[in-house]
Design a protein around this ligand. Sequence first.
Ligand code: DLZ
Length: 155
Amino acid sequence: MAGPLKSGKVKSEVSLSKKKFAIIVAEWNEEITEALYEGAVAGLTANGVKKGHIIRKNVPGTFELSLGALWMGEKKDIDAVICLGCVIQGETPHFDYICQGVAYGVTEAALKTRKPVIFGVLTTLNKQQALDRAGGKYGNKGEEAALTAIGMLNF
Ligand code: DLZ
């Protein structure tokens, strides 16, 4: 299994130059999810993934990531799917339903497609906590999700 290095690179025993990734981006909390997307692309390209091999798809909200992941994971030429979303508890009365639903759905998509489907969803109490994890003081969880996808391709 590949291990993360400090540089944002991972040790990969498989060649990544031919691998294709789908990134599904939820449009809710766009400021955060765009930053996660930038982080994910940076994480992939820093490790040799070609920009042309990264396919982006948007979905309205985090809840829809599951179906988006299944649809993209079913495509023969996609090697791994990265799901990016952000659910903020203070602003979302049905926070728990969305989070449970997407956690279950992403797992289902991985098991059904037998491909890595990565859970790059921030579930935070407030917007500041999300910003801190979308390129702020705690790094970028989108980049982490990208490195996790690469790690799984090295399984
Ligand atoms: C409805 C809703 C709310 C209130 N909050 C969020 C959120 O914080 N983050 C997010 O990604 N999506 C939110 N949504 C939208 C749901 O994910 C979903 O799009 C709708 O419930 C329709 O299925």
